[in-house]
Design a protein around this ligand. Sequence first.
Ligand code: DGJ
Length: 742
Amino acid sequence: MIKYFPQTNTFHLYNEQISYVLTVLKNGHLGHLYFGEKVSEHVQPEWFRYALFRPLTACVYEDDPFFSLEHERLEYPNFGTTDFREPAFRIRQENGSAVSDFKYITHRIVEGKPMPKGLPASYVSKSSEAQTLEIDMIDSVADLKLTLYYTIFSDLAVVTRRVEIVNEGQQIQTIEKAMSMSVDLSPGTYERVHLWGAWSRERHLERTPLSKGVQSIGSTRGCSSPDHNPFIAIAEPSATEHSGAVYGFSLIYSGNFIASTQVNYDNVPRVMMGIHPNGFEWVLGAGERFQTPEAVMTYSSMGLNGMSQAFHKLVKNHLTRGEWVKNPRPILLNNWEATYFDFTEDKIVELATEAKRLGVELFVLDDGWFGKRNDDTSSLGDWFVNLDKLPNGIKGLSKRVSELGIRFGLWFEPEMINKVSQLYEKHPEWLIGDPSRHLSNGRNQYVLDFTRKEVVDHIFKSMCQVIDNTEISYIKWDMNRHITEAYSTALPANQQGELYHRYILGVYDLYDRLIERYPHILFESCASGGGRFDLGMFYYAPQAWTSDDTDAIERLKIQYGSSMLYPLSAMGSHVSAVPNHQVNRATSLKTRAEVAYFGTFGYELDVTKMSDEDKLEMQSQIEFFKEHRNLIHHGEFSRLTGPFDGDSNRTAWMVVNAQKTEALLGLYKVMAEPNTGVKSFKLRGLDPNRMYDVTGYDTPVSGRVLMNYGILDIPSFTGAHLIEDRPVGDYQSHVIKIKAVD
Ligand code: DGJ
């Protein structure tokens, strides 16, 4: 998978799908040559370069007017040496200079994938699944070493990258910026696709031309945030969902990030991803080492959908860990929208009893069970049960629930503290904030200083005291406030720039400890819904609450956008009550379930208040999901059309199993339309040579027809009789089963 050509000092990373080629330039820096569709093994570096004499160019050598880094495509560009674009890193030395000149020293090609410590990263189960290239670069003036890690997977169109910086000298160095990856793609015209949003409206897709100069998205909120997801795709303008060249980039990280592009006058796009440099500095003492988070790069010649499928495989097979990779994800009932803070033990048991009767497998008790918490003004940090509400404690309640034959899960918000809490009375210094300044408010709560080990120790201990000797099999880990006044009383003045990154390392540390102690617990991450929905979190928590917005129509956009890189098995999706609590919209129980099926699936409503008719429908929805969840969570997902495409009224997506014998198609029409033209959707991923039974159609049809002619849309009102199971009206959906005829 990785070949080194000593004559040209060139490295070729390839598998059956992609090639990534880099070379050592004349001055020892690393040049990028090619990333894309697989090319023949032996590449000639000169073919990919365009060294020309140009006025106003700063050249590396006096006697070579052709060699300037400005006109090279680079791999991890230095600051201050003839390349005037954004550098990948900046390291301030003791004399104040940030100029650096890292030169290639040596490299190693290793089987498998070495893992960083304390950070999430993609992994391999067998060393044959990947190869890793480690390149050492030295700046001899600053006595610094960079090691660039490149991993290529044997059967995935993915290259991952990360960087380690080691201070091999005696000076104190200050890292001002350290991207996880930087690549100068082939010159051309491109578009940028990214996911932006806000609370309740996460991961909406935007596609715009990639313009000259610098464009960036990112977060400086202390978490990856709902504003922008750590993801960008760079697509050729002609690329569609299913065809054309698309590069996808993401970061396995949950803190502040930046994803930037810079297109120069040569039409070369430089793409970089890493920790956001705003508010970041890292002091590197003698002998110390800094490691960046890992970045993921994909290439697809099959459009955005091909890119998404590579990301999905990576998340499912190389990021999610533990028994929940394979175990069926439980169908859950969460009490949040059913009761909010207003519940008693009997009410919870009543909900769980009815949920069990209807087929639900896991009951989740959300916020409000601890301290004196009856609203959002108090008790975060006091992780001991409110015995007024739950007289038998979590132990007693979880026992009562488990005895019903349904599992029990519990909500925590480990990173937070209310001022009205015993914890704050004891440890006011544990808040993040500058004591000499006013501290801003967010949901009446404050962020605990997870840069302090003693804080993480304390929260770990308090959580263990709740979890030990109970029947807890699931934890929802919430996070509802961003970091302001970023300052830690525990860090020295020159290390305050380390706070954001140290904070997220503390979060990862707590996750690691809990997972190690409770390997069977299923974690679902949450941050006011999908506010920390990133590859970093999926290393710890196999699923995440996609959004606080449970409205089926809003969810079409949110789940469609999320599917750009996150698989269905990662997306928490619940059926909630109508009128919906976020947008006051009423959709049918059928439509709500048919959107939620394409996720982890569960309910978030008061099941005791449902009509008998709705309960019967819920029962059959649960049976349906149990029958198909293996297909949904392990199959290959494809988007057919969606809310951000030309026709925003329609969404269609499908999932096909590995054998191509079973598929589920979800069709959704937001607003009813009278007498529209005939529309059909061409299906994906089926076997062209097989015949399939399709729900609603009397005769089997071939995969070739389904993929080339397609299947008809939900009908519009034409004045004729309505087909009974496809009524016309707003917010329609239809899930169609497709099964190979033996
Ligand atoms: C925000 C979450 O997204 C909700 O699902 C719920 O858990 C609340 N927090 C509880 O405070």
